[in-house]
Design a protein around this ligand. Structure first.
Ligand SMILES: [Zn+2]
Length: 286
């Protein structure tokens, strides 16, 4: 009897085990059904929204193309722009009003008449030219620099850079040295003696800009060169557009040096305005 009961128990156990297996199989089937249902609904979703998906994909492609266009065609302008305000954003899409080659005098190993002031002149004029460059770009003027660092550039090459870039104006910045005495001070604007009316108007605008700035004294508009009024400084003579060379104060005079350091930004703003005034005149009288 005991044995029989045991047998029945074992059978029951087997049946339970079988039921368990069946349950497990059912659960697997359920999972399979569920996932095939899911696949079906994703397919359904794509089928249902085929047109919308097409439009969205098309939109993404157009967006990428616009970004590519902006990067390739406006990259330089965007890089140059100071994206601080809306006015600058407006300027990005405005046309340039002209091309100006800016020439920070000397640089590298190009010697000057007072070797102990060589470092000072090339640094002073580069600093100012970089400020003028920014002011001009803010006013929609395309700027070409003959040097942007301490490199040596020959005078002929500076003129060539301006000529080959079809510049409308050329502006060279220098600082003066006196071998007479350290009391000599003031600014000079040098023009080519033979470049005509627009060159003279340009020189007058630059001169006025300096007279409206903090300077110690005015030494006037001059023609040719220190040694000969009928022999132009090379950059004025070899450039094919109206050009000017400014001697912005004497490095041998302490007050001129103090003014230069204190009012460099003012010089940059006023000289940029003078350039724009000249370009505007040129554009109106083409
Ligand atoms: Zn110089």
């Amino acid at each position: 009897m005991d044995n029989n009961e045991k047998d029945v128990d074992i059978k029951n156990e087997n049946i339970n085990e079988e039921n368990k297996n069946i349950n497990e199989t059912e659960t697997e089937t359920d999972i399979k059904e569920e996932s095939s249902e899911e696949n079906f609904s994703i397919k359904n979703f794509f089928a249902k929204h085929k047109t919308s998906i097409k439009y969205i994909s098309f939109g993404i492609v157009i967006f990428i193309l616009i970004i590519l266009f902006l990067t390739i065609f406006l990259g330089d302008k965007l890089a140059d722009a100071n994206l601080k305000n809306i006015k600058t954003l407006e300027n990005i899409f405005k046309e340039d009003i002209g091309v100006v080659t800016l020439d920070p005098g000397h640089g590298g190993e190009v010697p000057i008449s007072a070797p102990d002031l060589q470092e000072k002149e090339k640094d002073d004029v580069l600093k100012l030219c970089l400020l003028i460059e920014k002011e001009l770009k803010d006013r929609n003027v395309k700027v070409i620099m003959t040097r942007k660092d301490d490199s040596s550039v020959e005078l002929e090459e500076r003129a060539e850079i301006a000529n080959k870039n079809n510049s409308d104006l050329f502006l060279s910045i220098h600082r003066n040295i006196s071998d007479v005495g350290d009391h000599i001070n003031g600014i000079e604007v040098w023009l080519a003696y033979d470049k005509g009316e627009i060159s003279d108007i340009y020189g007058t605008n630059l001169h006025d800009a300096l007279l409206a700035s903090h300077i110690q004294s005015d030494r006037g508009i001059r023609y040719g060169s220190m040694t000969n009024p009928k022999e132009n400084y090379k950059v004025n003579g070899l450039t094919t557009m109206p050009s000017a060379l400014i001697e912005l104060g004497f490095m041998t005079n302490d007050i001129d040096n103090e003014l230069y350091d204190a009012y460099m930004s003012e010089y940059a703003v006023n000289l940029a305005d003078a350039v724009v005034k000249t370009l505007t005149y040129m554009n109106e009288n083409k």
